[in-house]
Write a new protein. Structure first.
Length: 83
């Protein structure tokens, strides 16, 4: 169970964070729920507000053209810490 909701400011985890958490498959993709490829690495560290959460509560969408072609799972994001 996650604690994300629409409107939350989140950050896409860094490549190293996800590798440490999930590991890599034989093709070099991060083995999170939906896979994270090196083509997506430019999204790492990007901060966005959640626009939609799918019915299964596993995937999120953002109002952002850079992420619209990718499946972003809840396991790929983290809350932005208040500084």
């Amino acid at each position: 169970m996650n604690n994300f909701k629409i409107g939350d400011l989140v950050e896409i985890k860094s490549w190293d964070e996800m590798v440490n958490e999930f590991g890599l498959d034989e093709e070099g993709y991060i083995k999170c729920r939906n896979l994270f490829s090196d083509l997506m690495s430019n999204l790492c560290g990007k901060r966005l507000n959640i626009l939609k959460i799918d019915q299964s509560n596993q995937q999120v969408a953002f109002d952002d053209t850079e992420t619209e072609d990718w499946i972003i799972g809840m396991d790929m994001i983290k809350h932005v810490e208040n500084n």
